[in-house]
Design a protein around this ligand. Structure first.
Ligand code: AMP
Ligand code: MN
Ligand code: ZN
Length: 896
């Protein structure tokens, strides 16, 4: 490559790297760039362990089937009929039918008697009890329901208790303990033949949908009955007092209903809320009937009180839960703050700066609440936002004090609220608030991404959960779009590169088309790992290895880090019997095992892996250590690694190199060519390929095509070849042989006659061995030092070829992939295969392949190999599921 070209590419890459880093720094002015960066780093260090959630357990974190997350995505309703149809009410037809064709209602009021005052209740906290309850309820014509919610320490809230009363019994259902099992009650709630009595069901109906996909069909709402009867009040407290002579303290509804055990007072309150409902409903229906009888004297009046109450009740059932939507996060809260809190001043008198700050705090609060699954009011109060915006504190300490003071003032007025102030969210992310106030050039979008990156990005400060993982996925998507359109940031180039490489790997090699039921498996950091069928998904859920994150589209999030666990492989649908798909981590394990086996093979066959010294075949034949030839190559030859390193350095940096180093390297190359002639650039290029397997050559060539057009003219490229850092999906045979370094040997084997199908099975293979890379580094370091940061490094990295595939985020330098495997071992493999063929024939090759399958199986303990899959691969016997190890949570950690 010409020096000038190199400079150009260097400049280009540096420019794109700079552009990449801009997103994070966009919100800072360029003058404070360095300071910001230093502080940022400090902050990140501090953050990495400072989020309060790292040591804080919230009950909802133990829920496994969570129907909604805190992202901006739409809530997905139960899909009863057509999959993927629009988000309609699953029981719309049944409910409308009830409204239009009401059946007689006798049960509810015919034998209504005053409820006895209650003493006992049944606490439901196990699945067995819940099933019994469902069974019991299915025998009733009517039952009463009430729910208690928790909303302070949750972004969208969750149901903490359901009270169900029949005429005979009061049940208190612990919906925290039974969160994942509550679907058991869905049928009785949806049964049009069973009437459910609520008081003021508007919220309860939506909450049941939100948390459990429970849809109420056939509702009688006592509050609606009050409406129709034009009662002076329609509160439950009023009805309890009027009809039952019972007093209730409604303040208890604000208690923390998550607590267990519930206090006696709360239990009593909860039970009371449902216990009298059937009786009250009976009374109200009797009154409604009375009204109808009175009206029957005037046949012109078609108004039917009972029907109207029932109609209004069932109209409530038609409501659908949905998440609140706003143009940008925190927007509506900001508007309400302007109108409520800043109204003392005329809006025009509020400075633009203050308004802007209020909006930013609202955005921050909204996102932090989503990330941490907390309510807005828990994160930061409105009055604190107003104070912050007006006072503009300039240090983290001042921010702290401003918030505490604002909340204290309000608390004096309203003694009921006793939230910690500042909240734990603010305390552990005080620095974010500080920069928010400090940074003058704010851009809502960038800010938004910044928060998510800080919290949930690679090395983010806050734990990922079922509630915020989708935010991360969305954020990634936004980032990616930005990267493509804007050429943006390096948050931490190394992390981004690593993450990107994994993403790329997953994207590239996981199944792309729907497989089986198209269920998705996400890693616990939000990565989409692969697709699987429903059975596997259930397998994970049953063993507490995963949480359901999307019930409708069926997706789970793994609760363990795949790194520590041998993540089971999933089968590609179209070749399910042939393919073993490995996750990135298993692939690493498999690779290590294969390397080990390769060495073992070398030892057994007495065929060393590496050629120690090479000379130009035109001058002297290639000599390997294993060769019986006694030619003295020690003096004439040179190691392939040394040769290629030297040739590479000369080609890339030759012109800029200190003359002394240039001379040394030239000597090395000359040693290969017999030391008898001048070294041309073509010689150098030829030397680069010495000792490489054809496979490695192709990779190198492909890589260099991207780093220099010059090379692409010299080298014929196979465009279909993947030149990715990770190569994969080689057939069993090919893989095995390649593992033994026998790509050349392949050509000599008639695969069909050897009974080996090209697609016996697939295995992920990483051809860059760390060891080889390291030795490369050692050898090449003295030449590379001067050119640290040179783009050639990034171009030459394993990721090089992928730069062109519209994934600009790939262009971040990725040190681990900068080096090539300079040790070829073609001769070894060829010799092994030749040896096997000669000694044992095709059977030997078959056995050799089996041995490699065995290595794979033993290395990664696959649990889901296809039925009939067999190390021996001896026909079509159906072996069922290949189950080598028990599916313990702490599975053997392979090579870690
Ligand atoms: P209730 O059935 O009246 O006890 O209310 C059901 C749930 O609604 C309670 O558990 C609370 O979470 C919520 N709720 C109702 N009214 C209020 C209120 N005024 N303040 C706070 N939470 C309330
Ligand atoms: Mn209640
Ligand atoms: Zn946090």
């Amino acid at each position: 490559m010409e020096f000038k070209d190199r400079i150009k590419i260097t400049a280009l890459t540096i420019a794109s790297l700079a552009a990449l880093s801009s997103v994070i720094f966009l919100i800072t002015s360029s003058s404070s760039f360095k300071h910001y960066r230093r502080r940022r780093r400090k902050q990140q260090q501090k953050q990495s362990s400072s989020c309060y959630l790292q040591s804080h357990q919230k009950p909802q974190l133990s829920f496994k089937r969570v129907l909604l997350d805190n992202s901006f995505s739409q809530f997905k309703h139960l899909n009863l009929h057509a999959p993927n149809s629009s988000n309609l009410h699953p029981y719309e037809a049944e409910i409308k039918n009830l409204i239009e064709n009401p059946e007689s209602f006798e049960d509810l009021y015919s034998d209504h008697q005053k409820m006895s005052d209650f003493f006992s209740y049944v606490w439901i906290e196990t699945e067995a009890q819940l099933k019994d309850l469902a069974h019991t309820l299915s025998k009733h014509k009517v039952f009463a329901v009430d729910t208690e919610q928790h909303s302070l320490r949750s972004f969208l809230g969750f149901t903490a208790l359901i009270q169900i009363s029949t005429r005979n019994e009061d049940y208190l259902v612990d919906t925290i303990a039974l969160h994942d099992a509550m679907g058991v009650l869905a049928p009785v709630f949806a049964d049009p033949a069973i009437c459910k009595v609520f008081h003021g069901a508007d919220n309860d109906v939506l909450w049941l949908q939100r948390d459990f996909h429970i849809y109420v069909v056939n509702l009688f709402d006592t509050a609606k009955a009050c409406e129709v009867l034009s009662k002076p009040q329609k509160s439950l407290a009023y009805l309890l007092e009027t009809y039952c002579g019972v007093a209730t303290n409604k303040l208890l509804q604000r208690e923390d209903w998550r607590q267990r055990p519930l206090s006696a007072e709360m239990l009593e309150y909860a039970q009371k809320d449902a216990h009298y409902l059937l009786y009250i409903a009976g009374c109200l229906i009797a009154e409604l009937n009375l009204q109808d009888k009175d009206n029957s004297n005037c046949p012109n009046d078609k108004f039917d009180f009972v029907l109207e109450a029932r109609r209004r009740s069932n109209m409530i059932c038609l409501q659908l839960y949905s998440k609140e939507v706003e143009a940008s996060p925190g927007e509506s809260a900001a508007s309400s703050i302007f109108s409520r809190h800043l109204n003392g001043q005329r809006v025009s008198s509020i400075s633009y700066e203050t308004q802007d700050l209020v909006r930013c705090f609202c955005t921050w609060r909204d996102l932090m609440a989503r990330v941490h699954d907390e309510s807005l009011r828990y994160v930061l109060s409105d009055q604190a936002i107003v104070s912050l915006a007006i006072k503009g504190p300039t240090t983290p300490e001042e921010i702290f004090d401003t918030i505490a003071e604002a909340d204290l003032n309000v608390e004096n007025v309203n003694l009921n609220s006793s939230l910690p102030s500042p909240s734990s969210v603010v305390c552990s992310h005080l620095d974010d608030l500080y920069y928010l106030i400090k940074d003058k050039k704010r851009n809502a979008d960038e800010f938004f991404l910044q928060i998510l990156q800080n919290c949930l990005g690679p090395n983010g400060s806050c734990p990922l959960s079922v509630y915020n993982y989708a935010l991360l996925i969305n954020c990634d998507q936004i980032m990616k779009n930005r990267l493509v359109s804007k050429q943006s940031p390096v948050i931490n180039s190394k992390q981004v590169a690593r993450k990107a490489s994994r993403e790329l790997f997953v994207q590239k090699f996981s199944c792309k088309s729907p497989v089986y039921h198209n269920c998705r498996i996400y890693a616990n950091d939000g990565r989409l790992l692969c697709y699987c069928d429903k059975r596997k998904l259930e397998w994970y859920l049953r063993r507490d290895l995963a949480k359901l994150v999307d019930n409708d589209a069926l997706a789970i999030m793994l609760l363990f880090e795949p790194k520590r666990m041998h993540f089971p492989e999933h089968l590609k649908s179209h070749r399910s019997h042939d393919i073993v798909l490995l996750c990135v981590d298993c692939h690493e394990v498999a690779h290590a095992a294969a390397e080990k086996n390769k060495k073992q093979v070398a030892k057994e066959f007495g065929i060393p892996l590496f050629v120690r010294k090479v000379v130009d075949s035109k001058e002297i034949p290639v000599i390997s250590e294993s060769s019986s030839s006694t030619m003295n190559v020690e003096e004439t030859g040179v190691s392939p690694l040394q040769l290629r390193t030297a040739a590479m350095a000369l080609l890339r940096h030759g012109q800029r190199m200190p003359p002394k180093r240039h001379e040394e390297l030239t000597q090395i190359v000359m040693q290969y060519y017999g030391g008898r002639r001048e070294i041309s650039e073509e010689d150098l290029e030829r030397a680069l390929l010495v000792g490489m397997s054809p496979h490695e050559r192709r990779r190198l060539e492909k890589k260099r095509r991207f780093s220099s057009k010059h090379y692409s003219e010299v080298i014929l490229l196979d465009k279909e070849q993947t030149g990715a850092a990770y190569t994969m999906a080689v057939s069993a045979t090919k893989n095995s042989l390649e593992k033994a370094g026998t790509t050349d040997g392949l050509k000599t084997i008639d695969m069909k006659s050897a009974g080996i199908k090209e697609q016996d099975y697939f295995m992920v293979e990483d051809t860059i061995s760390n060891k080889e890379m390291n030795s490369d580094e050692n050898e090449a370091s003295d030449t590379k030092d001067e050119y640290v940061g040179n783009i050639d490094d990034s171009c030459e990295g394993g990721r090089g070829p992928l730069n062109g595939t519209a994934r600009n985020d790939e262009s971040a330098p990725h040190k681990n992939n900068l080096k090539l495997s300079l040790l070829g071992h073609g001769p070894h493999g060829k010799q092994v295969v030749d040896h096997i063929l000669e000694e044992y024939g095709e059977d030997g090759i078959r056995q050799f392949c089996q041995r490699w399958r065995q290595v794979l199986v033993e290395a990664i303990h696959p649990r889901f190999l296809p039925a009939g899959w067999d190390v021996m691969h001896s026909g079509r016997r159906d072996f069922g599921e290949y189950s080598v190890y028990n599916p313990a949570y702490k599975a053997p950690a392979a090579n870690t």
